[in-house]
Each structure stands twice: as structure tokens, then as C-alpha cells.
Design a protein around this ligand. Structure first.
Ligand code: FAD
Length: 286
């Protein structure tokens, strides 16, 4: 089922993001992760794709195929473009089509010194413009509540987002954020700019202090004062921190849903037990 049809349903859309594990042992256990996640009845699961030069990208396609065929859940394959040329993108698209994948999250990918740019696709919108007329995929794109780290300002970022939607992105999934105000402001600016596709907030539950610090430094998300207090108070107590982090994610989600968001995209970090605790916390809400 295409994302556009999923979002037409009269319900709150719940979706998850997973990544293909690097270690073979974890890959062998992907079924355990998928089984637990699919039991939570998500509307779709997206699978990340390496920024380049990674054999994990074949795993993205294989895992998407498994999500569809074995777990009867709709997969969305991420596809990055910076370090690929047109024949390589054509090949990925062919493999995705052969695997019966209908939805793609088209991305530029992060600048990665280990996988230099091929200089063919510089932005996600260029990838979308290239694959749109050649394929039948429903294409989603990424958006950034706190502005993409390389953007000079929010106006430039919004102009580029509008260009991405005009190129053919039919759904937008957001970068993680810890203060909902940034998401609400971005959606308002997007609507003013004439972007009328579904915009789904991406929520990353805080499971460990280390993972949060890593995410904050790579994507530049602001940690609000009440979250900093959680780190100060429970940072040395992993179990208490986990409880507080999950409660924080639940309260963020409730605020987003009561303010009218039509879906929630959870960055699962392949930790289904934490995701289950969040879903249990909102089971009568979503
Ligand atoms: P773009 O939309 O191309 O934007 C990149 C920058 O260029 C922005 O600053 C934008 O404002 C600017 N820009 C865009 N168009 C123009 C233009 N025409 N002229 C000038 N400037 C322009 N990374 C991975 O490697 N694998 C993944 O699976 C993955 N999944 C992700 C999923 C989500 C939901 C999100 C939010 C991010 C994901 N990322 C992933 C990270 C993403 O690849 C990086 O954030 C990357 O730096 C930008 O990708 P993009 O597609 O948003 O880029």
C-alpha cells in the first residue's frame, strides 16, 4: 500500500524506523525485533540506508522485503543519493521494485568522507526529480524542525523543502526533536509556504545518556531545560533514566497528537521492548 493511501485513512498513523544491523549476529536476530515491532501493528516500518559504500544497503532491501512478505506490514526503504551515480540508483530502484517495495524515503544522505560525493545528485530533490518519472514509487522526504544543520537559515531551509515537495515528495518525515514547539513552528511555516502533504513528527525515545548526546551532536537538536534536568538527576542511574526518557517521549507524543498531528514516526533504534512500553502508554490514545 502506498504511503499516500495509508495517510488517507481516518486514523492516527503509527510508524517505526529501524536500521539494518551491522553485526551478522544481530542481523540473524532481526526477526525477533521485527516480530515484536509488528505485534504493535504499525502502519509502516521504514528501514535506513547507508550513506554510501556500505554492503548494508542490500540488507535494507532484504529487510524491507521480509517486513512485507513475512510480517505483512508495509515497508518504506530509505534511499540516499550523494555517493551514487545514475546507474547505481537505477539498480537500487530495480531491486526495490523486484522486491515489491512501493514506498521510498528519498534522501541526500550525510556527507561522509568514507563515501565521497559522486557529484551527480547534490540534493534529495534531485534524486526525486530523477526517479519520479521513471518509477511508480510513492516518495517521502525528510524535514527539519530545527533547520538542517547545513542551512544558512530557516527561510532557505523552507524554500528547499518546498522545492522537494514540488519535485514529488508526497509525505514528509521529520528529524527528531525534544521540544515540540520547533515542530509546530515548522509545520506552520510549511503550510504558509504552500506545502500541503502530510508532515509526520519523528520521535526518538531517550534510552541512554550516551545515545542522546550522540544524537544531539550529530543533528543539532536542542535539549530543553526539563530534559537537561532529567539527565542531571538520573544520568547516573540507567534504569531510572530509561523510565524518565520513555515518559518524556510519551508526553511529547500526547502533546503532538492533541495538537492535531496525524501520525507519529518512532525512531526505534532496534529496541522493541522500549517501543512497546511507549505504545502501551498511548494504546488508548492512538
Ligand atoms: P536535502 O533535502 O538535500 O537537504 C540537505 C541540505 O541542502 C539542507 O540544508 C537543505 O536546506 C539544502 N538544500 C536542499 N536543496 C537545495 C538547493 N537546491 N540549493 C541549495 N541548498 C539546498 N541518512 C542516511 O544516510 N541514511 C538514512 O537512512 C537516513 N534516514 C533519515 C530519515 C529521516 C526521517 C531524516 C530526517 C534523516 C535521515 N537521514 C539518513 C539523514 C539525512 O541523510 C541527513 O540529514 C542529510 O544531511 C540531509 O538529507 P536530506 O535528504 O534531508 O537532504
Amino acid at each position: 500500500m502506498k504511503l499516500t493511501d495509508i495517510y488517507k485513512q481516518d486514523k492516527t498513523i503509527l510508524s517505526f524506523e529501524i536500521f539494518p544491523p551491522k553485526a551478522q549476529e544481530e542481523l540473524d536476530n532481526i526477526d525477533e525485533t521485527l516480530e515484536m515491532l509488528c505485534d504493535l501493528k504499525p502502519d509502516y516500518i521504514s528501514v535506513t540506508f547507508g550513506a554510501g559504500g556500505s554492503s548494508n544497503n542490500n540488507k535494507t532491501i532484504a529487510i524491507c522485503n521480509k517486513i512485507k512478505e513475512k510480517y505483512h506490514t508495509e515497508p518504506v526503504a530509505h534511499l540516499t543519493c550523494l555517493s551514487y551515480d545514475k546507474p547505481e540508483i537505477d539498480e537500487f530502484c530495480k531491486e526495490l521494485e523486484a522486491a515489491g517495495i512501493e514506498n521510498i524515503l528519498a534522501l541526500r544522505g550525510d556527507v561522509n568522507p568514507n563515501a565521497p560525493s559522486k557529484g551527480v545528485f547534490n540534493y534529495a530533490s534531485e534524486l526525486i526529480e530523477y526517479i519520479r518519472p521513471k518509477t511508480n514509487f510513492c516518495i517521502a522526504g525528510a524535514c527539519y524542525p530545527e533547520c538542517h544543520t547545513e542551512s544558512p537559515d530557516k527561510v532557505a531551509d523552507m524554500r528547499n523543502l518546498k522545492h522537494k515537495v514540488d519535485a514529488g515528495a508526497e509525505v514528509l518525515l521529520s528529524q527528531l526533536f525534544f521540544d515540540n514547539k520547533y515542530f509546530f513552528d515548522m509545520v506552520e511555516s510549511a503550510r504558509i509556504a504552500g506545502i500541503d502533504v502530510p508532515i509526520t513528527p519523528g520521535i526518538m525515545p531517550c534510552l541512554t545518556v550516551k545515545s542522546i548526546q550522540r544524537m544531539v551532536s550529530t543533528c543539532g537538536a536542542t535539549l530543553p531545560l526539563n530534559f537537561q534536568r532529567i539527565i542531571e538527576r538520573y544520568g547516573e542511574k540507567p534504569e531510572a533514566f530509561l523510565d524518565a526518557g520513555l515518559a518524556y517521549a510519551i508526553s511529547q507524543i500526547i502533546d503532538l497528537l492533541t495538537t492535531g498531528c496525524d501520525g507519529i514516526h518512532l525512531y526505534t533504534m532496534n529496541r522493541p521492548s522500549a517501543v512497546k512500553r511507549i505504545c502501551d502508554g498511548i494504546k488508548n490514545i492512538i
